[in-house]
Design a protein around this ligand. Structure first.
Ligand code: GDP
Ligand code: MG
Length: 175
């Protein structure tokens, strides 16, 4: 099918969530198509860009991958300022990470930006045997808080491209 769209959109996207939930791994899966079993911890924040082609045109993501934010009581303004989308990641094998993910959602809600596309991502879906957070629990929370919800695996690539495509489609639709 021919791509007829000629929009060119840029969108800032910020990743939040507990240390070890898989934020960096999701970005590296998306940007490089790879997975690292022994991913080194991110220090501070890392920055990536990636362009996606969609039906309506192209979107260039500026991706801010945060780390260590849990030390601060609130999100540093530089992360959410001008952000079009926020992705809150938890690890399905850790109830703690889900609890902390919900804290990030509340923190984002406090910023009071109704245009921020927020996605709750339940990562490490390949580790079904170690699951602590049922799919329905994450999904219901997302529904109650009007968030998009996806279960992903940076390891198997399950739903990783879908995550960025869905955000991209929403974003380009706004323009
Ligand atoms: P971050 O602190 O949120 O950036 O988490 P990392 O991306 O550094 O990942 C923490 C650890 O979890 C690393 O050892 C990764 O290899 C591993 N990991 C990340 N995503 C997945 C996943 O989807 N499945 C599995 N099995 N391991 C993952
Ligand atoms: Mg990281």
């Amino acid at each position: 099918m021919a791509r007829t769209g000629n929009k060119n959109v840029q969108a800032k996207l910020v990743l939040l969530g507990d240390m070890g939930a898989g934020k960096t791994s999701l970005v590296l899966r998306f940007v490089k198509g790879q997975f690292y079993e022994f991913q080194e911890s991110t220090i501070g924040a890392a920055f990536f860009t990636q362009v996606l082609s969609l039906n309506e045109g192209t979107i260039k993501f500026d991706i801010w991958d945060t780390a260590g934010q849990e030390r601060y009581h609130s999100l540093a303004p530089m992360y959410y300022r001008g952000a079009a989308a926020a992705v809150v990641v938890y690890d399905i094998t850790s109830m703690d990470s889900f609890v902390r993910g919900k804290k990030w959602v509340r923190e984002l809600q406090r910023q009071g930006n109704p245009n921020l596309v927020t996605v709750l991502v339940a990562n490490k879906a390949d580790l079904e045997a170690k699951r602590q957070v049922e799919n329905e629990v994450g999904e219901q929370y997302a529904k109650d808080n009007r968030l998009m919800f996806l279960e992903t695996s940076a390891k198997t690539a399950q739903n990783v491209n879908e995550l960025f495509y869905e955000i991209g489609e929403k974003e380009i639709g706004k323009s």
